[in-house]
Design a protein around this ligand. Structure first.
Ligand SMILES: *Cc1c(COP(=O)(O)O)cnc(C)c1O
Length: 394
């Protein structure tokens, strides 16, 4: 069978994808389709390819691991899982790590852990305050935790117990706390809703509220963690500690890998209460070790922060020249408000532009989001800004 004549029709139509493009190859910040057209990739699989496409250290790590051992089953320890758990625990200050296969699964684990902790320590308190416009995943519980418009009815009934407060409005959180509230869960920067950072004062206020009321603070760092904002974990910028943190996206450098981390006192699963067939398999976890090792190199995160500041400056001058709106975000998680311009239209024109395509994302109708490889060069950032300049003028 000639695979070039196989159509896409057997794939469940869960997204509107361009019919004329089949992606074939990637290197660093660049993708090539089957026609040989190249694209500057400022999305990177939704912020998962933290080291870009095909990073040599990552490829070497998973190639060696594939030849050695891919899955001894979660019933046994394996060396890469022990190594990555150690790296994450050391760098986060959290005692224990559970590996999962997606951000949603890690967040499900966080929700279960908080409920278990409430049963043990808070007379069965079980509700978790989350936020309007938040995003925590696509399983039933994480959709219920999310504050995305329309998601409350899409697959009703919801999983109960996720009252919604407003980001950066401490009073809106306080007014929801009752005897059954066990935790507060938030993204330090709301990613899917268009890059809206929680302020340091707000995070500090949540920490104090949790301490006062005996609640857990859960940071969903699935998008913001692992260097994305120029720090290893975004909530560290506010100088607060989380009791529970989840990671995903960039952790596996493109492979499915996520993690649930908990402090010694919050880590209360008994054997048998949490698990999963593929969880902590050496192949995916070895990718995580390679990512953490690269990001941990001296100067790497400073470089992410510096390139992010450069990029933000470039976006700000575009905003000025084309009378757009504000630029938000930290490190290499940035958004550009477009005023009344159509984001989806711009995304399509950027992708299909002559010669070289540009891959960007519009999480909201008039907002662009950028989440390039953490290894992107300054020249590539300049290329992106030049292409945007031309598109905005056209
Ligand atoms: C992407 C994302 C998730 C879901 O991760 P999946 O791997 O798609 O399940 C959860 N939380 C946040 C903040 C995310 O950005």
């Amino acid at each position: 069978m000639n695979h070039h004549v196989v159509s896409h029709h057997a794939l469940m139509p869960i997204a509107l994808r361009p019919e004329h493009i089949v992606m074939a190859r990637g290197e660093g910040s660049w993708l090539w389709d089957e026609q040989g057209r190249r694209y500057l990739d400022m999305v990177q699989g939704w912020a998962v390819n933290s080291l870009g496409h095909g990073h040599p250290a990552l490829v070497a790590a998973i190639t060696a691991q594939a030849h050695t051992l891919m899955n001894p089953s979660p019933a046994f320890y394996n060396r890469p899982a022990m190594t990555l758990a150690h790296q994450l625990a050391e760098s986060s200050g959290l005692a224990h790590v559970f590996f999962a296969n997606s951000g949603a699964e890690a967040n499900e684990g966080a929700i279960k852990l908080a409920r278990k902790w409430g049963r043990l320590h808070r007379e069965g308190a079980w509700k978790i305050i989350t936020f309007a416009d938040s995003f925590h995943g696509r399983t039933l519980a994480t959709m219920s935790a999310s504050g995305k418009a329309g998601w409350d009815t899409m697959f009703a009934p919801q999983v109960p117990g996720f009252p919604k407060a407003r980001l950066n409005d401490l009073a809106s959180v306080e007014s929801l706390v009752d005897a059954e509230t066990v935790a507060i869960m938030l993204e330090p920067v709301q990613g899917e809703s268009g890059v809206w950072p929680a302020t340091p004062a707000f995070l500090q206020g949540l920490r104090a509220l949790c301490d006062r009321e005996g609640m857990l603070l859960i940071c969903d760092e699935v998008q913001t963690g692992v260097g994305r904002t120029g720090r290893l974990f975004a909530h560290q910028a506010a100088g607060v500690a989380a009791d529970i943190m989840t990671l995903g996206k960039g952790l596996g450098g493109g492979l499915p890998l996520a993690a649930l981390l908990a402090s010694e006192s919050a880590s209360c699963f008994a054997p048998g209460e949490q698990g999963g067939t593929f969880n902590g398999n050496p192949l995916c976890v070895s990718a995580g070790v390679a990512v953490m090792t690269e990001i941990g190199r001296s100067g790497f995160l400073q470089e992410v922060a510096a390139k992010g500041a450069n990029f933000a400056q470039g976006l700000r001058s575009l905003a000025e020249r084309h009378t757009l709106g504000e630029v938000r975000g930290e490190g290499l998680l940035l958004a550009l408000e477009l005023g009344d311009r159509d984001g989806a239209g711009l995304v399509t024109r950027a992708r299909d532009r002559a010669d070289t395509g540009l891959l960007i994302n519009a999480p909201r109708p008039h907002c662009l989001r950028f989440m390039p490889a953490l290894t992107i060069s300054r020249e590539e950032i300049d290329q992106c800004c030049a292409m945007l300049d031309e598109l905005l003028a056209g």
